[in-house]
Ligand binder design. Structure first.
Ligand code: TXA
Ligand code: MG
Length: 343
């Protein structure tokens, strides 16, 4: 049975946090909110707990986990050394939605890192995540709390839909804020690179690390560098069709695509920006609102919930146009939509 503990997201009740922390220390699996998405936590130093975690998510053993800690001081135990670049990034962006890949120490079981010589580390900022990690007094490995390849969970109900009966506890602290997973930066080699775009965008990183590069955003190439970055990821079960490019042309292509599908007798759902709703209403499609394209953080925050809602409609296909560039979060949204649409 999976138990749900409702907590105050800003000021989580100590007794409830103590129960979640104890469960983690005893080898349990505990989902909790972070500022990005819900994570599924397990004691990173407990090999059996980590193996249960992989099994619960149906996650392949080749996909490494992020270890969550309360402060950079706790990283010393997990890595062979903290490079200067990591200290500078930590000072600016931790706690927050940034993950750093560093060289793994012998203390970290290799299952955590899928056998790699590196380990990914993050200090989250969400008060509930912080309280759980501090009270657990162990490093907490926490992948997103979804079934493998499904959209990441941004609410406790998403976690329950995927993992009910497979995990011990869900700490329900309401909806997450950012809604997309953390930026992953590789600092384990000679030159830093961004493996996964997120809320800390490459321009902000370049401020501190001028030489940083964006690792290929091509879904297949990125899967080779960062094993978890599979081309097909975050996917709804309904086929998602992505129309890329500039707004007007993309919307025209999407409307044409919808029209053709309707003529073939298919039912069509569309993930729609507010700005597109009037034109989309000219067709008998089911709309799932993404929010205004001008409010990019709101779209990011709603994206995974929208993918899950769209999936509930039972349509033969779900259409979406990719968000325009220009906001620090645009690249991350574009990346997730490309992966969700990859077959
Ligand atoms: O925002 C987040 O990062 C969320 C919350 C819960 O913290 N966690 C999350 O974890 O998204 P997960 O497991 O769904 O994604 C972690 C990804 C892996 O799939 C992989 O791409 C990358 O981080 N990663 C982890 N360890 C790595 C390593 N040693 N080298 C390269 N990439 C790594
Ligand atoms: Mg994930």
């Amino acid at each position: 049975m999976t138990e749900i503990l409702r907590v105050d997201p800003d000021n989580p009740e100590r007794a409830l946090i103590a129960r979640a922390a104890e469960c983690l220390r005893n080898g349990g699996l505990v989902a909790f909110p972070t500022e990005t998405v819900y994570g599924l936590g397990a004691n990173a130093l407990d090999r059996a707990a980590i193996e249960r975690l992989f099994a619960a998510k149906e996650r392949p053993a080749s996909d490494p986990l992020i270890v969550h800690i309360a402060s950079i001081d706790e990283a010393a135990f997990l890595v062979t050394g903290i490079p200067d670049a990591a200290r500078r990034l930590a000072a600016r962006f931790w706690p927050g939605p940034l993950t750093m890949v560093l060289r793994r120490s012998a203390q970290v079981p290799s299952v955590v890192s899928a056998g790699l010589q590196t380990v990914a580390i993050r200090v989250p900022s969400h008060p509930v995540a912080r309280a759980v990690i501090e009270n657990a007094r162990v490093p907490v490995a926490a992948p997103s709390a979804n079934l493998f390849s499904r959209p990441s969970p941004t609410r406790a109900s998403h976690v329950l839909a995927d993992l009910d009966g497979r995990i011990d506890l869900i700490v329900d602290g309401g909806a997450t804020d950012v809604g997309l997973e953390s930026t992953v930066v590789d600092l384990s080699g000679d030159s830093p690179s961004v493996l996964r775009p997120g809320a800390v965008d490459i321009e902000a990183l370049r401020d501190l690390l001028p030489g940083i590069t964006q690792h290929s955003m091509d879904p297949v190439a990125s899967a080779m560098r960062s094993p978890g970055m599979l081309a097909r990821h975050y996917s709804p079960r309904t086929p998602l069709i992505l129309h890329p490019g500039e707004r007007d042309a993309a919307l025209r292509a999407l409307l044409r695509d919808a029209q053709q599908r309707l003529e073939r007798g298919e039912s069509v759902a569309v993930l729609a920006y507010t700005e597109d709703v009037t034109e989309l209403r000219s067709l008998p499609v089911q709309l799932v609102q993404l929010g205004s394209e001008r409010d990019v953080p709101a779209v990011a925050s709603r994206l995974y919930a929208a993918l899950r809602e769209g999936d509930q409609l039972g349509a033969s296909a779900m259409l979406v146009r990719n968000i325009s560039a220009g906001h620090p979060l645009s690249a991350a949204i574009q990346d997730r939509l490309r992966r969700a649409a990859a077959r």
